[in-house]
Design a protein around this ligand. Structure first.
Ligand code: NAD
Length: 373
């Protein structure tokens, strides 16, 4: 009987239980078997491919010569940021279990990047939408497992880290162990942390190789640059371009501008995803994927001004969403395992991004349809 009156287990039984538990834990320690090399005609599934990072990832694999890429997004095709020729595009909502099964049919590798997300303005206001993305990973990881996929990638976020460690603009960079004890970003961060745990258990309990990267702010061409979901680098570029166009040389900055972040250029991000997904030393092990070049938002604005060749009058909105005070990526672990880290300088990446957003802005002005988010 398990009531309050039940007797505590005798020492002998307790010892036996502990021994059994140890044995079953040992059994769970999996032997990593070597995969056959991935053939170029084997199916790669990428979700969220109508969006920024996954769209660029589909393009990256296409350029590498893969011929059986399935790109998936719930948005109608005309809203996708990138259309990669020769890729199978499916418009399906992957928070639905049946759709996930359809999507994963025949998949050898699955990259799950679909999520309802945006910059601070979005994730601070729409926490329920962010939390609902738990359905996406829950169904995708199961569908990938059932389909017999060899590898599964999950795009986590630096928002999974303990927010108490990010209260100062001069923070020390976050290392992988800083996610626990957990105090993630409300909504979005908790969803990422829980989904990471799902991925880890699909390896430990069921033996599917899973990989988890914690992205730190990603920016670059083909990303969201207007509409409320854009992140700081794109927002600053657009504000400067708009200001110059409308002859209003002022810029409104969220917060006091002293909050710090690091920003990773998209080309580094897709290369990093590929490297992480194919490194057996990283199975079920969350790893930072971010730049370690930390700047304040004020510095970011100065860099955009330099590219544009203007000086703007700055105003500060202290009530606007601004997220944690400081955040940077500690790249000790990624350097050690991959002998690599994201290394495109912010100056270089911003110059390309600025030019791309300027092109999009001008196209839209002429009445053309452009993807903004
Ligand atoms: P994005 O918004 O540009 O792309 C996400 C895409 O997922 C969108 O096109 C959206 O339509 C799609 N999507 C959302 N719900 C879906 C559903 N139920 N079914 C099918 N598609 C769905 O975002 P992104 O910047 O490309 O981010 C990709 C991933 O990386 C996300 O998981 C995000 O949380 C993570 N991440 C991004 C950043 C960053 O700085 N961009 C930072 C940390 C983590």
């Amino acid at each position: 009987m398990n009531g309050v009156n039940s007797k505590p287990p005798r020492t002998g039984r307790l010892k036996q239980h502990k021994k059994e538990r140890r044995t079953s834990m040992q059994e769970q320690k999996r032997v990593v078997e070597k995969d056959p090399p991935l053939r170029k005609d084997e199916r790669i599934v990428i979700t969220g491919a109508g969006g920024f990072i996954a769209g660029n990832l589909a393009l990256y694999f296409k350029k590498k010569g893969f011929t059986n890429i399935r790109a998936v997004d719930k948005k109608p095709l005309y809203e996708w940021y990138l259309h990669v020729p020769g890729v199978e595009n499916l418009c399906l909502d992957v928070s639905d279990e049946d759709n996930c099964r359809r999507v994963c049919e025949g998949a050898v590798e699955v990259y799950n990047l679909a999520a309802d997300m945006g910059g601070m303005g979005f994730i601070e206001r729409f926490r329920i939408e962010c939390l609902r993305s738990i359905l996406i990973n829950t169904h995708m990881v199961e569908a990938a497992y059932r389909a017999g996929a060899r590898r599964y990638f999950f795009s986590s976020s630096a928002c999974a880290y303990n927010t108490l460690l990010q209260k100062d603009p001069n923070v020390r960079a976050l290392k992988e162990s800083d996610a626990y004890p957990a105090m993630a970003e409300r909504g979005y961060g908790w969803e990422k942390l829980m989904s990471e745990m799902f991925c880890e258990e699909y390896w430990h309990e069921r033996g599917m190789k899973t990989f988890i990267a914690r992205f730190h702010n990603v920016y670059g061409p083909h990303g969201t640059w207007d509409g409320g979901r854009e992140k700081a680098p794109a927002a600053m570029c657009r504000k400067v371009i708009e200001g110059m166009d409308k002859k209003d040389l002022s810029i409104n900055i969220w917060g006091n501008g002293e909050q710090t972040r690091s920003f990773m250029y998209i080309d580094d991000c897709v290369v990093g995803i590929d490297k992480i997904m194919h490194c057996d030393n990283l199975i079920a092990t969350p790893i930072n994927l971010g730049s370690s070049e930390m700047v304040s938002i004020n510095t970011l604005v100065s860099k955009v001004e330099r590219i544009a060749g203007v000086k703007l009058k700055r105003t500060y909105d202290l009530e606007a969403p601004q997220g944690v005070a400081g955040r940077n990526s500690d790249n000790t672990f990624i350097r050690k395992v991959l002998k690599w880290e994201p290394n495109t300088s912010l100056d270089k990446g911003l110059a390309v991004t600025y030019k791309w957003i300027q092109g999009q802005y001008e196209k839209r002005k002429k009445g053309h349809r452009v993807g903004v988010g």
